[in-house]
Design a binder for this molecule. Sequence first.
Ligand SMILES: Nc1nc2c(ncn2[C@@H]2O[C@H](COP(=O)(O)OP(=O)(O)OP(=O)(O)O)[C@@H](O)[C@H]2O)c(=O)[nH]1
Ligand SMILES: [Mg+2]
Length: 1146
Amino acid sequence: MVLIQDSVYGVAQTADLVLAASGNHLTRNDGFLRAWSKKDGALVFEMKTPNNQEANTVAVQGKLAAVGTDAGGLLLIDLATATVLQTLQGHTGHVLSVIFDGNEIISGGGAADKTIRVWDKISGLETLRIDVGARVGCLAVHEDLLVAGLGDYTVRVFDPASDDPRHVLTEATDWVRAVAIDAQRMVSGSDDNKVRVYGVPSFQLVRVLEGHTDWVYSVALEGDRILSGSNDHTVRVWDARNGDALHVLHGHSDTVYSVSFLGSEIVSGSGDNSVRIWDAETGASTRVLDGTEAVRPIEEVLGATATTAAAKEALKAALANGDPAELGRCKLMVVGQGAAGKTSVVRSLLGMKPEPTHKSTVGVKLTRTDAESWEKSKNFDSGFERQAYRAAALRMAVQEEQTASEMQQTLPRRVSQGSFNPVFTAEVQVELVPEAEVARRFDIEEIEDMAGKTQSGQKIFFTIWDYAGQEVFYALHHIFLTREGGVFLIVFDMQELLIKQDQAVEYLSFWLNSVKLHAPTAPIIVVGTHYDEALVDANEVEEILVENLSIDENENIVTNPAGELSFFPIDNMSRAPGHASELRAAVEASASSLEAVSRKISLRWLKVLDDLLKLDCDHVPFGTVQELATKYHAGDQTDELLSFFHELGMLVYLRATNTLHGKVVLNPQWLLDKLSRVIADKIHVKQMRYNRELQNAGLKNDFTVLRKRGIATLSLLKFLWNDEEVDYLRKFMHETMLMSDWNFHEKSLPRNRQNESLFLVSSLLKNSRDRKLEQDIAKIQSGLTRVLDFSEFFLPDGVFARMLSLCAQYSGEVKKNKRAPQLAGDRAIVRFGLSVFALEQDDNKIWVRMAQDAHKPATALKTLVSIFRGARDAVFRDLPWELLLQSPSDDSVLVRYDDMADARRTEVAEVASVGVGNALVTDFEPFFEDGSLTEDENDTGTVGQASIPLAAGLKYHVFLSHPSQSWTSCLGCQETEGNLAEDAMKRGIRESKCYLLFLSKTVFSDAVKMELEAALREEKPILVVHESDPNRPGFAPFSAYIAAAPASSKHLFKENESMPFQRRLYLAEAFYKELISRIKKSPYRWGGREWDSRVQTDEFAQPGTMHRMHMLQKRLRYLGFWVALFATVFARSKLDGRTSSHIAAA
Ligand SMILES: Nc1nc2c(ncn2[C@@H]2O[C@H](COP(=O)(O)OP(=O)(O)OP(=O)(O)O)[C@@H](O)[C@H]2O)c(=O)[nH]1
Ligand SMILES: [Mg+2]
């Protein structure tokens, strides 16, 4: 027990307890909540505020206390166990007032916050926020009326119907610091020294009580008595019926900040650091409490704790509602140069003994741990049971007094407009665990045990991703460095930094940039290893880091309080038990600061994860997860829950394309191991090269070709992947642009394998040491030259390799004049048919030089820029870059593309060049022969149209559904407004061969529903195309389309039958190719004819990386029709109609 040394700002009472919240304005760090037994005045509870802020206000409900502190702190405390049940986060400044209202907590913020917030007690979620625009001095509630006394001199009365006050009372002439309300009256106290009494529910002023000689800080109501406490050091008791002053209570020697009235007992708290209890009848002070009283356990006052039956009920309710749980998981990503000591740092964190020999990590190594003990955890579980216990214990603590039936009703009902927590909806009760299993699976006693351990901010489990440092693995980074759920450790060898400063600094800079690019807000902890080396001086290292990398200015970097450093020096060879303790503490603190880590999720999500992990598979189809989620009424959240678990490093779920999205990798290590069998560096390759099995399989030569030239045979891939999921892994690598088709003759293959599929793994290409390639590049007489300039930030590893990959793919698809590209890691010569060009990377620039005699150079360049955008998007969207044009008349002049486009638009003659001086606009005309370059995604180019006759009675090939913004922009249709009149729409559909629907987020408007019905009635074939880019505004997960589709046509929407659309010039033709091949494979016969050989498929056939299609509900007559359809669509045909458009035959 400690003497109260600070002002008592808030008091509250129950029949048994008196509570006081205190703090110190001067020290600002001494907040306490205390409670005394009323019976004998014993001190039964004492808790320092966990955030070290002064406690301004307290409310009590049974065994629960709510405390508002400075700096936005609002805490729900279980008095019985002295634990913080919930930390309610949201207020931005001091919390000045708090009250309980049934299952809700209502709080008011001070001048920096000016809001009233309503919180759900169980979930801890904010369910309503009212912005009142003034300091909220005090709150009171009676039935459905909420009263707030404000700093703008008003009292406002709210009801649940609206955020707008029902009454605004303006009688006070200064701050209103106090309000109280019951069925008959509402009382306010203000800085004009007056207490005002209003009638309820009229809120008419009844009388003004005068007597206080200074500000009125607090008021209370009990029956016909009014109580007020003031800055004049007195407490006054008034008769509410006539306004008579009954008692003036003298005793406090400083401001009375707070009063409470219950039965015949008055409690007051004062700036004289004491709490007084008074007899309301006599006005006598019966007890003075100052914190020095004898101490007794609170159980003696509160009585027995909950029963097993209550625990069971609480568990059932928590499961049924899918109560919120804090997952408490974090992804710890360890990166840095090869042999920097990354794995050793992980070992230090885990308390493992030093490993003096370097066993280089392959790919990425995952370790799971919990932070409390920093021990490797053997069993990786979802934490579902633990979280269910916690939720149940929380419910028990929060809801003891309520009956089980009420418990089911406690989830937020009033989620307001802004819906702060969209994931958490529990209108439907779900049996997460069957009744019979509950008893078997859960140990009810655990809940009772847990009652005291339900603090928020529990221990955190880490999934440690130890990345290999060798450069070839960087290609994997964009896939596995995640944005929100993780902390980064950038590890470097301090000795290396001191010896080879330039190189080490360059590496560190690369890593800092990479992390900034992939996770712009993630905490970064920089770790310097080899602290044991004699040469190493941490201050010298710090100086180098500050000087060369301005490491001290990077706000994401966690500073090391010991020695005031921007990094954490460590000796990984140390056997001292605590040698990593500072690092551990920094990791834990950074993790708990992450929103994703403390985010509350539903137990339903956890149950989905739990079921998935129980399957004990390396991977499952997305559909499996969807089914599970649907079972637990979270089907519409499948995508979100998977993305969340992905961010926290628990599984791998990528959404960029259908293949990626179609499989959820539950064991990331499985995927990482498979990938790093192909993308391996030379240390690991050595072991493989002499592998018996490889020789026995006759693949030694294949392996050499892969290592030397990045070309893999299918047999080799099968061997490396152990014949497991070869198709998926191939597609995975394709779609993450790690691999592309290699459609060229390979002479090193034996004759009997000449037809085998080949692939290019461009990240294995080494920088050129090939004189021949250099000479060949030099020989190219360059025509148009364009530069992709990244010098504003940096050019991450992998962009160039991906460009090569895509170029090789595209080049292999062109039939005419096909020749294999000549490739190296930093330069290449590629042919797109008759166009030859050179690609070169130097520093932060990529140079693209078309040969002078290139066929259609402007078109080829345009395709290349589109390819680059594809590569950049795969690596990182926000990567800044600029497109420069080299003057055809003077090699030394570079001009920004945007400047040039502007100049042409505004018809000026000259434009500033990147260096000095001006350039003539007309010189650059050859670059603009094929239109604009800036956004190929709005301009998918032109494809020759097939002339396909239409049957009699038909006027159009396609009726294009209500064109959405995204659809029209990608097709280049003109924007249309309004709807077609119903009969025009019906006529249009009747006169069209088919109906085409492009799915985007808000597709199912009434107009589209009508069209769809009309098309169904007319038995028109319906073709569905969907937005496939999750980063576009029109994107929605497929489940959302299905959910939104009208019942009559739901059966049409199956993901595997819709064709994904990608907005890339170089992919446009692949779209047709896929379409045609699907139709070829289709079981339908076309009007009795087989595939119409007259259609020149080659014209359209550009094998692509993707695409599934089709959605043919009805038979189609002619294949040619489809060709025409897409030819027409992509040819930006004249569209006719308003919202709905008909695309005429060519
Ligand atoms: N003396 C000393 N040696 C260290 C320290 N940290 C790591 N080493 C040694 O440095 C070598 C490389 O350490 P690793 O932890 O395997 O390096 P890594 O960064 O994981 O390497 P890759 O996985 O290949 O990228 C090993 O031989 C370690 O024993 C240290 O603090 N002091
Ligand atoms: Mg390692």
